[in-house]
Design a protein around this ligand. Structure first.
Ligand code: IDP
Ligand code: MG
Length: 139
């Protein structure tokens, strides 16, 4: 079933000049970018996006990281896009990520881990709508 998921190439990966490699992985896996914007998140934007993690000890540091430079924020569309993207990404901690995954290749540590991907249909709906209006999505 074709679905949409929100993906972010985080500031660490943009700084490392690996946007092209990550986009290539999405496209090769059948995940088509149908909306994208290169943006530097404001603090309130990052805090709202990660509101579910507000009580976590890493919340403040995570928001500082996400505001530290431009990210490539996008909507990916394809069969089982949510699960497929999570598989491409690998585990949250790059040290534990499977070989061949994006985080294994480009993540630095559990915080600076290169990419974001929605983790469920409900989350995807919220996250896509957080950054994009219907008019900005081509699919
Ligand atoms: P996910 O991105 O794999 O879904 P989440 O648990 O939703 O992982 O955490 C969101 C983001 O918060 C992670 O991608 C990572 O950047 C950061 N993060 C998660 N756990 C830790 C931690 O223990 N220390 C520091 N940062 C963390
Ligand atoms: Mg998550």
């Amino acid at each position: 079933m074709s679905e949409r998921t929100l993906a972010i190439i985080k500031p660490d990966a943009v700084k490392k000049n690996v946007m092209g490699d990550v986009l290539n992985r999405y496209e090769k896996a059948g995940l088509k970018p149908v909306a994208m914007k290169l943006m530097q998140m404001s603090r309130p934007t990052a805090e709202g996006f990660y509101a579910v993690h507000k009580a976590r000890p890493f919340f403040d540091s995570l928001c500082t990281f996400m505001c530290s430079g431009p990210s490539l924020v996008m909507v990916l569309q394809g069969d089982n896009a949510i699960k497929k993207n999570r598989e491409l990404m690998g585990a949250t901690d790059p040290a534990k990520a499977e070989p061949g995954t994006i985080r294994k290749a480009h993540g630095t540590n559990i915080e600076f881990n290169a990419v974001h991907g929605s983790d469920s249909p409900e989350t995807a709906k919220f996250e896509v709508g957080y950054f994009f209006s219907g008019m900005e999505i081509f699919g």
